[in-house]
Design a protein around this ligand. Structure first.
Ligand SMILES: Cc1ncc(COP(=O)(O)O)c(C=O)c1O
Length: 388
């Protein structure tokens, strides 16, 4: 590709833009991970992440991508052959299901058309009919990054309670944590799965599990084999601020800084900022006469918007045009949405003018790629941003 001046626009829904403050924090010299300075750092970031997850429960950080935290949630709580209830909300729910079946779990995968979230009523019905209490866990992706649909975790918790079912509740918050309201304790979640490269504004490489007392108790008898992901040695070493193996020290420096930034802005303000940018984006999409993939307004995602292109138009060709002409990366369609949708990431370290630039690139790209659309999406978005 020819040299392109100016900053690249990274508008995929993660990894997100890493703030300079975080980059600078990570450039500090690596310290002794068995010394007192490290211990203070680890305890500070573990406590800080608990505030982000809205929990007082246990929390562990792994040096891994989010996939590791998916696996950790399953292998620490379940035994071979256990039944797990999951919802096929999209590509990422499908990948988590695959990990479960690879481990010999028996998954009931509730289908959807990839345009809506997990349905609380269906979950309630399945659990009510499960009189022998065979389901050991309900595992749901909070924000399905492949579709831009946010499942209603609080409603699903109520559905589990209405069925009086003892199953553990496992929730993937990989693209919702620190972007969309999430409450581990209040919503009775047993294991939260999270990672660094989205709302936490860090590079990829850190993953987390927040762990309820009930999940911790389940881990004592769970028989899936585990070693690296085992919570026990991690929690035990964490008590003194250490890890059972070499931690990703510089990423933890970055995490310390990103937690500072989230606290300075205030978590509720962070959520409001994401909601506002998501609404402005949807106004642009509607004004372009294009379709938002998510069909239920109650489940619109604040961290990304997936946009469906008209039949006969390839979203990857459109993305290529945008990348080559405007130096902007948009998210691709994943799994069965490949070529059909593009995704606009509006999460993490992001502001009004970054959104204005992003939407401008999309609008210009639509014209250049020959996609039928109505002009004026940017104007709709800007009018909304200017008034709110
Ligand atoms: C909702 C969700 N879950 C899980 C993952 C997998 O995380 P990773 O690619 O970091 O392993 C992703 C990645 O984008 C995701 O968006």
């Amino acid at each position: 590709m020819n040299f392109m001046a100016g900053r690249h626009f990274l508008q995929i829904p993660g990894p997100t833009n890493v703030p300079e403050r975080v980059l600078r924090a990570m450039s500090k010299p690596t310290i002794d991970h068995r010394g007192p300075e490290f211990s203070r750092l680890a305890i500070e970031v573990l406590d800080g992440l608990k505030l982000i997850c809205k929990t007082r429960a246990s929390l562990v950080i792994y040096p891994s991508s989010g996939t590791g935290a998916w696996e950790a949630a399953l292998v620490n709580t379940l035994s071979p052959g256990d039944r797990v209830l999951m919802a096929e909300t999209g590509h990422f729910a499908t990948l988590w299901r695959n990990i479960a079946t690879n481990h010999g779990l028996d998954v009931d995968f509730i289908p959807t058309d990839w345009r809506r979230g997990a349905d609380p009523a269906t979950i309630e019905e399945k659990l009510t009919l499960d009189r022998d209490r065979k389901f050991k866990a309900v595992a749901i992706v909070h924000n399905e990054t492949s579709t831009g649909v946010t499942s209603r975790i609080a409603e699903i918790r109520k559905a589990i309670d209405r069925a009086s079912h003892p199953a553990l509740f496992l929730v993937d918050t990989i693209s919702s944590l620190a972007s969309i309201d999430y409450r581990h304790d209040e919503w009775g979640v047993d294991v939260t799965v999270g990672c660094s490269q989205k709302g936490l504004m860090l590079p990829p490489g850190l993953a987390l599990n927040a762990i309820s007392a009930k999940a911790l108790a389940a881990s004592k008898t769970a028989r899936l084999s585990r070693s690296y992901w085992d919570w026990e040695p991690m929690l035990s070493a964490n008590k003194a601020g250490f890890f059972p193996y070499t931690p990703p020290t510089n990423l933890l420096f970055g995490l310390q800084e990103s937690l500072n930034m989230l606290n300075e802005e205030g978590l509720e303000n962070v959520f409001a900022r994401h909601m506002r940018h998501a609404e402005a984006t949807r106004r642009a999409v509607r004004a372009w006469s294009l379709q938002i993939l998510c069909q239920n307004p109650l489940e619109y995602s604040s961290s990304l918007t997936a946009v469906l292109l008209p039949e006969g138009h390839n979203a990857d060709a459109f993305r290529k045009t945008v990348l080559e002409r405007f130096n902007m990366s948009l998210g691709n369609g994943l799994g069965k949405l490949q070529g059909k949708v593009f995704r606009i990431g509006h999460l993490g370290y992001f502001n009004d003018l970054m959104l204005a630039g992003t939407l401008s690139g999309v609008e210009m790209g639509l014209g250049l790629a020959g996609i039928p659309y109505t002009k004026g999406g940017i104007t709709s978005a800007l009018e909304y941003l200017a008034q709110k």
